[in-house]
Design a protein around this ligand. Structure first.
Ligand code: HEM
Length: 500
């Protein structure tokens, strides 16, 4: 087993390992490069926070993390041939052809209505994320974004607030996260894993390490000549003759999701005939958890592998005993976004039925495969909410409330297409999911009809038939970023070409 210090935490940005939840103040800045030489100079000295744990840094009071779009890397002088080694989704961006339909970015979610990122000129070059403990942000911001920064970048602020533990509809958030197998304790071959496990191969999140298939995710591997005389980048584990620009980096997906909090609670109230108890029940059914985070599924004693101790009470469960959604609706947000299955559907138990499945026989329904093997579709969520708090009772009573609230949804993953895009497309906005026909995610669905005209605004919950659902969440912006490792950042700032 590898020792803690052997994972290169000093080369990984802190946000990959920690949610920075104790740093309640944040400033997210979308940056456009005004002057690439100055931008590179600023980047070369930027105090980027690493994931290294030491007595001094285990609970830092401030943090700085930075990520780039493909356009940003290009402006900073990274060669086209090197950039071409990143994944297609990253290169073509969140709004490229066909992608919008797949992500549900149609109707009033369409990029043409976004506040940022919706058109090519509007795609940021970089995302700067500053974090600080209470009352620490102003000083931190001043310290890191002085005159040189202002000359180097045009800035656009994204709103955030300091309520890190719940999201604007009022539910506890950030409870379920995959645990990363930093020490390579769990096998990553394509063996058939019966049980849901929360422990995930490092390569599912961090580039340059084996993923759940036991493979290394594609990323730019470059020659020593391209690395330059400073020889900054590490060798690739799977191809030591080449240098690994991806190692210890990850992809970062950012989507600004505006939440209609009065709309949500008014709908729930109407569906519950104004009964407060039923209102709570229905809202919990839509999420899959009560507002305090308690899961609707009973938690089990013992381990769901990889569940951090502090969350085991809220997170030790799966849906195997509830295939029809009698306890937690099949379409509840957390069940859609992580169905918690092993590599086989729940009814496949003994060795013979497993063999039949492995050979490709015995599938009852073509939708089954969409919910098997959740281990290939996990992500680390690192978002922050924005807007003023509105309690459910006040939301129900609200008249003409125009305050904007929502989530700066951020997730990290090694493969945007297999992780974020798959979950968003196949599980969240797909009208057909695990036997459900005419509904999308109760929180996130855009309620646009299917290609064949079929509806998507239902919500199947036993003993309930409420009014059709309106849309509660609207996309306001988004982009795909690369969050580099520390050496990769140094390469971008100091070694790649002169910039444009
Ligand atoms: C405004 C938008 C959203 C809201 C209000 C929201 C709300 C929530 C809440 C309340 C939870 C339960 C807390 C927890 O388990 O940590 C949760 C979990 C989760 N959400 Fe969302 N979410 C939003 C957007 C998204 C998006 C866009 C995705 C992915 C494409 C996503 C993926 C997940 C995942 C993977 C979980 C954990 C499920 C589990 O492991 O059990 N969410 N979300």
């Amino acid at each position: 087993m590898l020792d803690n210090t052997e994972f290169e935490f000093d080369d990984v940005q802190g946000i990959v390992h920690f949610a920075h939840a104790h740093m309640v103040e944040t400033c997210f800045l979308l940056l456009k490069i005004r002057d690439s030489a100055l931008a590179k100079k600023w980047l070369a000295q930027a105090p980027v926070t690493t994931a290294e744990k030491s007595p001094e840094t285990s609970r830092p009071e401030t943090a700085l993390q930075i990520a780039f779009t493909a356009a940003g890397l290009q402006k900073l002088g990274v060669k086209e041939t090197v950039i071409a080694g990143f994944s297609n989704e990253f290169l073509s961006g969140m709004t490229s052809a066909n992608r919008s339909r797949r992500l549900g970015d149609i109707g009033n979610n369409a990029p043409e209505y976004w506040d940022w990122g919706g058109s090519e000129e509007d795609i940021p070059d970089a995302l700067l994320m500053l974090y600080a403990v209470k009352n620490g942000l102003d000083a931190w911001k001043q310290q890191v974004t002085g005159q040189q920064f202002e000359q180097a970048f045009i800035q656009k602020f994204l709103p955030t607030n300091t309520r890190v533990k719940d999201e604007p509809f009022g539910f506890a958030d950030g409870i379920s996260q995959p645990a990363i197998d930093w020490h390579r304790e769990q096998s990553t071959d394509t063996h058939r894993r019966d049980q849901y496990s929360n422990l995930l191969a490092a390569g599912e999140i961090v580039l340059g390490y084996p993923n759940e298939y036991g493979y290394y995710t594609d990323r730019p591997l470059i020659t020593s000549a391209d690395d330059g005389p400073a020889d900054i980048l590490p060798g690739a584990e799977d191809n030591p003759r080449l240098k690994d620009l991806g190692r210890n980096g990850t992809y970062l997906v950012l989507r600004q999701l505006q939440q209609d909090v009065p709309g949500f609670w008014k709908y729930v109230d109407q569906a519950a005939d104004g009964d407060t108890k039923n209102r709570k029940k229905l809202a919990a059914a839509m999420v899959g958890r009560k507002r305090d985070g308690t899961s609707l599924m009973p938690t089990v004693k013992g381990d769901v592998a990889g569940t951090p101790e502090k969350h085991s009470k809220l997170n030790n469960f799966n849906y195997a005993a509830d295939p029809k959604g009698q306890v937690c609706p099949v379409g509840a947000h957390i069940r859609r976004s992580n169905p918690r299955t092993g590599d086989f559907p729940p009814d496949v138990a003994g060795p013979i039925s497993r063999l039949i499945r492995t050979l490709g026989f015995g599938r009852d329904s073509p939708t089954e495969d969409l919910v098997a093997s959740t281990r290939f579709h996990r992500m680390l969520r690192r978002g922050r909410p924005y807007g003023l708090r509105l309690k459910p009772a006040d939301a129900v009573a609200a008249i003409d409330d125009r305050d904007e609230r929502g989530l700066q949804f951020i997730c990290l993953c090694g493969n945007i297409s297999r992780q974020f895009e798959f979950v968003q497309n196949a599980w969240i906005v797909n009208g057909k999911f695990d036997g459900l026909q005419d509904e999308t995610d109760p929180l996130l669905g855009n309620r646009q009809p299917l290609m064949d005209g079929g509806p998507t605004d239902n919500f199947s919950i036993p003993q309930f038939s409420g009014p059709r659902m309106p849309q509660f969440v609207t996309v306001r912006g988004g982009a795909y970023f690369f969050l580099p490792g520390i050496r990769a950042l140094k390469y971008v700032a100091e070694s790649a070409g002169p910039g444009k």
